[in-house]
Write a protein that binds this ligand. Structure first.
Ligand SMILES: Cc1ncc(COP(=O)(O)O)c(C=O)c1O
Length: 450
């Protein structure tokens, strides 16, 4: 079978049988079928090479084709692929991974519950917050505040926390008790960082006052909002969040699903802000996407509260694959790589270089905002950079930039006219130059066709 006919057959079978995330059949026509990866590159079934400008979905932190992660999975599978991890049992790799994450997590975050991904982690975080308040004798504290432009997954409660209405439309009622505050992106309207922080914090406080602190279990926040368009908050916003939670006796859930495991320059982004959440969600980078795994870490205070209950008051929350032996073994090997190759440091230094390179695009006529934090970056395109006036939605400028980038050998994703960047943490400065060179050419091609 020729390369071309194999590609055609796969494309036909795909359209016939596979429903993808965020799916419409028409949008799937001409899909790239990726079958190999090495380092920061992936190859499609036709043999074309692409820079993976978003680490797939912000998750392949150590890059593609790491044999030792496959070997770790093989070793574990040969010995014991899976055993249940329900109370009364344990598997060594899950125990070791929990201890290792607890040692690296901010402050006294100390006890881990494992899941298979980000949405499950946030579901677990919400239920943990409710459970905690319940056993503290405060069962009315069940509501959750999140922010607009936040992304926390799409299972029903996670979807209800996600602050982008495109994920709610046409799915009927959202889960009750979820409220959305303003995102810390008010700098877009010309506000200073301090004003931005205050407006966003005031918006949360307003919800707490309206609903009553006695009904609020937790606030969930990504330290850097990722899928919402790499929204980097002023540091005072994150410290303000902690103070606000303390003032109202509300738990702070940090959703570090994207920012964890070196992405922002430390193991977890909250450490960079000097803030300890009560619960931290993680997924993605914990295994660099080589296998599904996620989890939450809770503070020692919460852990003690659980332990203080009579034995029949159990945390009745469970997933078959919680603490999956193979997934945990891969995570341990992945963390070895991050540590050995100093990938968090690389995210910091090369991330700073990436930000400077993206700033260098400002001389293009439609570049509005450019921001970054660690190995996360964003370029926002606007019709008029002086007035910040957006393109009409029909122009689909961001979509067109991403499509032109793909033609030139680089992949990433956009949210409307914000193009996001999160290359693997192994990326070099030379590779950043190549990536941003492609972005420049892509933007010039879009501008030429306007
Ligand atoms: C911050 C954040 N939280 C949660 C999720 C959901 O993770 P999953 O898709 O593994 O359910 C994502 C996914 O992109 C995310 O970016």
């Amino acid at each position: 079978m020729t390369v071309q006919s194999r590609a055609q057959e796969l494309a036909a079978q795909d359209l016939a049988h596979l429903i993808h995330p965020l799916y419409h059949e028409k949008a799937q026509e001409g899909a790239l079928i990726i079958e190999r990866g090495e380092g920061i590159h992936v190859w499609d079934v036709n043999g074309n090479r692409y820079i993976d400008g978003l680490s797939c979905l912000w998750n392949v932190n150590v890059g593609h084709g790491r044999r030792e992660l496959g070997e770790a999975a093989l070793r574990q599978m040969e010995q014991l692929a899976f055993f249940n991890n329900y109370t009364g049992y344990a598997v060594p790799s899950a125990v070791q991974l929990a201890a290792r994450i607890a040692a690296l997590a901010p402050g006294d975050l100390n006890a881990v519950f494992f899941t298979s991904g980000g949405a499950e982690s946030n579901e677990s975080a919400f239920k943990m917050a409710r459970f905690y308040w319940n056993i503290q004798g405060r069962p009315s504290k069940t509501k959750v505040i999140s922010r607009m432009d936040g992304y926390h997954g799409v299972s029903l409660a996670a979807m209800s926390a996600t602050g982008m209405s495109v994920y709610w439309d046409r799915f009927g009622d959202r889960a009750p008790g979820f409220y959305h505050a303003v995102s810390p992106n008010q700098y877009r309207l010309g506000n200073t960082p301090e004003e931005t922080a205050r407006l966003a914090l005031d918006s949360i406080e307003e919800i707490i006052r309206r609903e009553g602190a006695d009904s609020i279990a937790a606030i969930i926040a990504e330290p850097i909002q990722g899928a919402g368009g790499v929204i980097v908050p002023p540091p005072s916003y994150i410290t303000g969040l902690r103070q606000l939670c303390d003032r109202h006796e509300v738990l702070l859930i940090a959703d570090e699903v994207i920012t964890g495991f070196g992405r922002t320059g430390t193991w977890f982004a909250m450490s960079q802000f000097g803030v300890q959440p009560d619960i931290m969600s993680f997924a993605k980078g914990v295994t660099s996407g080589y296998i599904q795994l996620g989890g939450i870490v809770i503070s020692e205070r919460m852990q003690r509260a659980l332990a203080a209950q009579p034995v029949d008051v159990k945390w009745m929350h469970a997933y078959t694959y919680s603490g999956h032996a193979t997934a945990c073994a891969v995570a341990l090997a992945n963390m070895d790589i991050i540590e050995r190759e100093h990938l968090a440091d690389n995210a910091k230094t090369v991330g700073a270089y990436l930000l400077r390179a993206l700033e260098g695009l400002r001389n293009l006529p439609h570049v509005g905002d450019v921001r970054g934090f660690g190995m996360l970056g964003r370029v926002e395109f606007v019709a008029d950079p002086r007035t910040k006036q957006a393109f009409p939605a029909a122009a689909r400028y961001g979509d067109r930039v991403v499509a032109e980038m793909r033609k030139r050998g680089a992949l990433t994703r956009n949210r409307a006219d914000v193009v996001c960047f999160a290359p693997p943490l192994i990326t070099t400065e030379t590779q950043v130059d190549e990536l941003t060179g492609i972005v420049r050419e892509a933007v010039q091609a879009v501008d030429a066709a306007l």
